[in-house]
Ligand binder design. Structure first.
Ligand SMILES: [Ca+2]
Ligand SMILES: [Ca+2]
Length: 317
């Protein structure tokens, strides 16, 4: 007996179609998952490769910085420092792994240490650190050099008598805690200067040299910025400053004798505590680069008379 089976055939072919669609959807999902996992694996690999590249760059920059520090230790004349010495020559090399390094040592005693403002000198002193800081600010075209110099001094001197001391900073909104202690970093100097209406950040004539003792850090006559020499000697000695700069540009000075002669004074001249012909603070900037990537190491170091080098700041960036 032949019945009408067309409806059963149609139902079976619908089921098969549905199964095919399901299989195709399943295959699509599996393919998407495989592609996604491959992409994740590739991204992870890329991140790992970048991490390894960064570690290699940082290691190369660190090696370059250490190599530069060895030049400071090997300086055969630590009584005189000038810009024609091996340590002052920028260095660098191309490493076998394709990384290119560059390194530069700079003498930080070419600038005037802002922490010298904390030293109290006898009343009869001819030239105070405050005068020098004021003149560096004036030569940097700051709006109100004397007030700004006083603000800086009040910030770091231990007393509470001055133009802007504890009471002023406490009255600010939000209140600020005054340091009344030696400055720690150029960032701190920049912030205090900004509060005093400074324009253009920290003038190049200033350094922030950390120390535990309140002392005047002499400027190295052989490496000093022109404006720093002018500011230390003061406007009344501008001619002597110009002669001094000409002489040291012609060849490194081995002592302060020329300074004494120019100022017609002896070894105890009022400026001798501000000048020297050697340096003790140096900064090292080492950079390693490959393609678009680079790493930098910055170090501030102090070298003593025996050639021992202390690392005071070590920053990787
Ligand atoms: Ca030297
Ligand atoms: Ca103070």
């Amino acid at each position: 007996m032949d019945g009408d089976t067309s409806q059963y055939r149609s139902s079976r072919s619908d089921d098969q179609g549905m199964i095919l669609v399901l299989v195709l959807v399943l295959l699509g999902m599996i393919t998407a998952l495989v592609i996604q996992s491959q992409m994740v694996a590739r991204m992870t690999l890329g991140t790992e490769e970048r991490k390894i590249a960064r570690v290699q760059l940082r290691a190369a920059a660190t090696d370059a910085a250490w190599e530069a520090l060895r030049l400071l230790v090997d300086d055969d004349d630590r009584l005189v420092d000038h810009t024609n010495e091996p340590w002052a020559t920028p260095g660098g090399r191309l490493l076998p792994n394709g990384i290119e390094t560059s390194v530069q040592i700079e003498d930080e005693n070419r600038r005037f240490d802002i922490n010298s403002l904390s030293v109290r000198l006898p009343e009869k002193t001819q030239r105070f650190p405050l005068d020098i800081v004021r003149d560096i600010l004036a030569l940097s075209r700051q709006p109100d050099p004397l007030v700004q110099a006083q603000v800086l001094q009040d910030w770091l001197d231990p007393d509470h008598a001055g133009l802007r001391e504890e009471d002023y900073y406490r009255s600010l909104n939000p209140p600020v805690t005054i340091a009344d202690a030696l400055m720690e970093s150029p960032q701190e100097l920049a912030e205090v200067l900004a509060r005093s209406g400074s324009r253009g950040g920290v003038p190049p004539g200033f350094a922030v040299l950390p120390d535990r003792a309140r002392r005047i850090m002499p400027v190295n006559l052989n490496t000093a910025e022109r404006d720093v020499i002018l500011a230390v000697l003061g406007p009344q000695n501008a001619a002597a400053a110009a002669t001094l700069i000409g002489l040291r540009d012609a060849g490194p000075l081995a002592s302060l004798t020329v300074l004494n002669r120019l100022l017609k004074t002896g070894p105890e001249n009022p400026w001798s505590l501000y000048f020297n012909v050697k340096s003790s603070f140096f900064s090292v900037t080492a950079r390693a680069a490959k393609g678009e990537d680079s790493e930098e190491v910055y170090a501030l170091v102090c070298r003593d008379a025996q050639g021992n080098v202390d690392i005071l700041r070590w920053v990787c960036q």
